[in-house]
Write a protein that binds this ligand. Structure first.
Ligand code: SF4
Ligand code: SF4
Length: 375
C-alpha cells in the first residue's frame, strides 16, 4: 500500500549564490501534516535525532531547526526536566572530533547546541550524547522476527524519550551511495561498538594507478591504517575498520571497497538493524516514529571530494513520513529527477542505495510505493 510522504519544497528561485533559506515554516507544517502537533505536551519528552556533521562546518541540522520541531511537538521548553525533549547524536566511528563524548559535546556547542550543563534548568532544547557510556545503558534490539541480527545495540538515551523524530540531512555515504531515514535508523542510532560490527566486512582498497600520494586519506584515518609507500597509499587491513572516511576525502576517487559482496552484506545488515530498531522503539513509544529527510544544503555535508568539485546543487526541500522506506524512496526520486541522472552523479560514490531499500521493504519496515503530498 502506498504511504503518504509530505513534501515541503524550497522556492524554485533558491540558487547556490543565495544563503540557504530558513526551513522552519516547512518543519512546522510537516509536523502538523504528520498529525504530531502537540504530541509531546504533558511532559512526555521526544528525542530529536540530529546530524552534527563534520567539525568546523555549520551543523548539518541547525539548532534552530531542532528547536522549531521541538516547539511544534510541544515539549521543547520544559524547565529543569532532564527527560524533556532533547536533540541527540551518536559517537562516530569515522570522524575525528565526533568520536568521544567530550568531543561530540564540544562539537555540538561549537555548532550552537546547548548541553544540559549549559542550560542549568532553564527552558531550552538540550543536546545529549545518545550513547554516552556515562549515560543510560545501551539498548539491545535483538529479536527481529526471522533472526539475522545479533548483538546490536542502540543509544541508551532513546529510552528516556517517549517519541522519536529523525531529522536526517540526505547525504552521500561511501557504502550505501546515499543515506537517509533507513540509514539513520540502522546506523546512526547504533552505538559505536555496533557500528564497528556492521562495518567489519568492508575492506577498502587503494586503486594504485589513481593514487597521487597526497596523504589526505592518511590524515583522516582514526585507526592509523594507512601508510604512504613509494608515493602511493596502502591500507593495513589488520587495523582498518571499514569506516569509509578515507573514501570521502580522496579527490581521485582512488579508494573503493574491495568487493561487492562486503557492500551487499553491509546494506543488508543496516536494513536489518533499521527494522529491528524501528520494531523495538515503535513498541516502546507513545507515537509512531517520524522521519524527515532534509534536502537543503545538498552540496556541503559529507560529500565525496571528487563530487564536491562538480557542484553546487540547489536545495530541494524536506520530505516527511511515518514510513522510513517511503520517505527515502521519495527523497531519492526527487534528487534523481533534479539531477537528471543517477544518484552517484551527486554522491561521487559508485554505490546506490537500492539493496538497502529492497531489504528494508522485504523486512516489512515500509513501502517504496508512496503518494507525495505537498504542504
Ligand atoms: S587521498 Fe587518494 S590520492 Fe591521496 S594518498 Fe589517499 S588514495 Fe592516494
Ligand atoms: S583505512 Fe579503513 S579505518 Fe582508515 S579511514 Fe579508511 S576505511 Fe576507515
Amino acid at each position: 500500500m502506498a504511504a503518504d510522504v509530505f513534501f515541503w519544497p524550497l522556492p524554485e528561485t533558491t540558487g547556490a549564490e543565495l544563503a540557504p533559506p530558513d526551513p522552519r515554516p516547512g518543519l512546522r507544517r510537516l509536523v502538523a501534516a504528520l498529525g504530531l502537533e502537540g504530541a509531546a505536551r504533558g511532559g512526555s519528552g521526544w528525542a530529536l535525532k540530529v546530524h552534527l556533521g563534520a567539525p568546523g562546518r555549520p551543523a548539518a541540522v541547525a539548532p534552530a531547526w531542532a528547536r522549531e520541531v521541538g516547539a511544534a511537538l510541544g515539549g521543547a521548553a520544559v524547565p529543569g526536566r532532564p527527560t524533556g525533549t532533547f536533540a541527540t547524536d551518536t559517537l562516530s566511528i569515522a570522524t575525528r572530533g565526533l568520536d568521544t563524548p567530550e568531543a561530540l559535546r564540544d562539537a555540538a556547542r561549537a555548532k550552537g547546541f546547548r548541553t544540559p550543563a549549559d542550560v542549568a534548568g532553564q527552558p531550552d532544547l538540550t543536546f545529549v550524547v545518545g550513547d554516552d557510556p556515562a549515560g543510560p545503558p545501551d539498548l539491545p534490539v535483538d529479536g527481529l522476527p526471522g533472526g539475522g541480527l545479533t548483538g546490536h545495540t542502540i543509544a541508551g538515551a532513546l529510552a528516556t524519550a517517549q517519541g522519536l523524530c529523525l531529522l536526517t540531512p540526505l547525504r552521500p555515504h561511501p557504502h550505501l551511495g546515499a543515506a537517509g531515514a533507513v540509514a539513520a535508523l540502522g546506523l546512526d542510532l547504533a552505538t559505536r561498538p555496533a557500528k564497528l560490527r556492521l562495518h567489519q566486512g568492508i575492506r577498502p582498497q587503494v586503486d594504485t594507478p589513481l593514487c597521487a600520494g597526497c596523504g589526505s586519506c592518511l590524515d583522516v584515518c582514526l585507526y592509523d591504517a594507512i601508510v604512504i609507500r613509494g608515493g602511493r597509499a596502502m591500507i593495513d587491513h589488520q587495523r582498518c575498520t571499514g569506516c569509509g572516511e578515507c573514501m570521502g576525502v580522496c579527490f581521485m576517487a582512488g579508494i573503493a571497497p574491495e568487493e561487492a559482496a562486503g557492500l551487499a552484506a553491509f546494506q543488508v545488515a543496516v536494513a536489518t538493524a533499521a527494522a529491528a530498531t524501528a520494531a523495538a522503539l515503535g513498541a516502546a513509544y507513545d507515537h509512531p516514529i517520524a522521519y524527515m529527510n532534509i534536502m537543503i544544503q545538498l552540496d556541503s555535508h559529507g560529500m565525496a571530494a571528487k563530487a564536491r568539485r562538480r557542484l553546487p546543487l540547489p536545495g530541494i526541500g524536506i520530505v516527511a513520513s511515518r514510513d522510513p522506506v517511503a520517505v527515502d524512496a521519495a527523497a531519492f526520486a526527487l534528487l534523481t529527477e533534479r539531477l537528471g541522472g543517477p544518484l552517484n552523479q551527486w554522491s561521487g560514490f559508485a554505490q546506490a542505495p537500492g539493496a538497502l531499500l529492497d531489504r528494508a521493504e522485504g523486512l516489512g519496515l515500509g513501502s517504496r510505493a508512496h503518494r507525495l503530498r505537498e504542504v
